[in-house]
Design a protein around this ligand. Sequence first.
Ligand SMILES: [Fe+2]
Length: 223
Amino acid sequence: MKHELPPLPYGYAALEPHVDARTMTLHHDMHHKAYVTSLNAALEKLPGLQNRSAVWLLRNPDKIPEALRSAVHNNAGGHLNHSLFWNAMSPDGGGAPGGLLGAAIKHDFGGFDKFKTEFETAGAKVFGSGWVWLARTRKDGGKLTICTTAGHDNPCMHGDYPLLLNDVWEHAYYLRHENRRPGYLQGWWAVANWKEAARRFDLSGRSAGKTWEEDVQAPATTG
Ligand SMILES: [Fe+2]
């Protein structure tokens, strides 16, 4: 099984003006594609791991030969995170989450506005390239948390379940926002896909068993 680049679930210009079409084109067609190509190239030398998902590869570094561990790790993470990221945005996004996720955000962060400020602050503080996440922990009754990861690491590596994420690598925002990452983070709420985050919240509550690891991945689009 080769890992495959999932198609964007909307057009390149669908998230304008907050995320511009040129950025989306380069981000998906060049950056994400390169992670998929490099992951498949690394796995060509590891036939025993070719059927493993990106999540499994991230969560089992000790099963990957040391000479290829970094290449597999970085590119599996790049593939997984971007697959999740495309679905974390929508032309119909924005607004505020309702239902159980909305209630959980209010309970765990003291309100939706407080959550947004905390998420933006965390994303702005990432030094260099990384990601900012809303995730559900496996402890404390599934409490929500905001966390950041360096490079293409993912909260699933530590057992947390990602619900919503934003890419704070410069390639995600530099063409439109230049060095103003905080402005990018603030404007991004207009395209945040709360419907998908709510779906993942629901999934995270139902998949406490052994299927959890595979459920972290986005729907069918993730290789
Ligand atoms: Fe990216």
